[in-house]
Design a protein around this ligand. Sequence first.
Ligand code: GLN
Length: 453
Amino acid sequence: ALLERTEAVDGAVHSYLHVDRDGALATADAVDRRRAAGETLHALAGVPIAVKDVMTTTGLPTTCGSRILQGWVPPYDATVVARIKAAGLPILGKTNMDEFAMGSSTEHSAYGPSHNPWDLDRIPGGSGGGSSSVLASFQAPLATGTDTGGSIRQPAAVTGTVGTKPTYGGVSRYGLIALASSLDQAGPCARTVLDTAMLHELMAGHDPLDSTSIDAPVPPIVEAARRADVRGMRIGIVRELTGEGFQAGVQQRFDEAVQHLVDAGAEVVEVSCPSFTYALATYYLILPSEASSNLAKFDAMRYGLRVAPRDVDDPSAEQVMAATRDAGFGDEVKRRIILGTYALSSGYYDAYYGSAQKVRRLIADDFASAFERADVLVSPTAPTTAFRLGAKIDDPLAMYLNDIATIPANLAGIPGMSVPSGLADEDGLPAGFQILAPAMADDRLYAVGAALE
Ligand code: GLN
């Protein structure tokens, strides 16, 4: 039924870069046979899922939204994908994304943008707009995402779906095509909090293949989602992430959701995180620095595209690399490689990258003091509802500002979630409510998220 739905709607929505009809049906049949034989299967066995194209999948093309990886079929599965397969979830296909997960709208995908099912002229968020739109257009009940600065939470917010960025190290990064390794985190996307919780538990847990994976028990996520209990919980409203700069209808739905939590027995406090003012600037030094290093491996020798330079008879390796990277990378990727290479260059390293690392520490300290007064922190997920395709494509700074509320969590490595808070009055489009918790307290996100459903 979902594959038929995709045939009917994905021409207009464009959630998928690749659909694996045969593979999905084969897995579904295999699960049916095992169930008929009386085997005890995972609770999600047979539930289809869409996988963001940043995750490697054996035998399925993996492009990361880039021309430079066109046609690349990985020889191994990301750990998250391996766990999904082991639990018997049919993989429907690979979802569209901004190239190398750089963007907030999917307009930086080399394969054209995805569209928001609420209004096809609007963006589904990014970089995981393929995964958010696949859920909102009912082509899949579950999807995977990665969140480096908001790419799970902001797409969830603007499509009225749910998404979680787990604690850094809580879900394996093995087999994710790295954007910024100290910020990247894989996580679950779904339409309900409980579905998100079940997928989160399936993905989470220690992985020896990822040196930053945390070797500790997974928090009781599904249990927290089922209980939906916020009685006595202290909810901290982050002063710097509300009010000015946020669309009136988004702010209004946020205020109502907070009131709802109070009615359910929570207590509200206001907290201040003064260093958040510098979060965006800090992120746009650290991310490009790490990205410029991670993307150096796309050198025309090892993966995907190889382009011969024009008008050169016997090109050197360097000329082939330059021609390939010129043809294979889009403008946003080039912009960030240049920014990152500059910030890391000798003589500037301390002034830019070094300073950014110090501010990163101040942001983590702000969170630590806020969490002394509150069990969770809350804010609107994104400053506005979905904007129109094309509205910010020529203005990188305007595009970057979408992540103002989501970026601090990545810099500090703490978990965050976006749940729908309703439709904004002025445009009738979904608004998102963000919940943040201390590291390894991901279960608190689900208690609050479920209480708002
Ligand atoms: N939109 C942010 C960026 O462009 C976040 C991306 C992400 O989380 N992958 O960097």
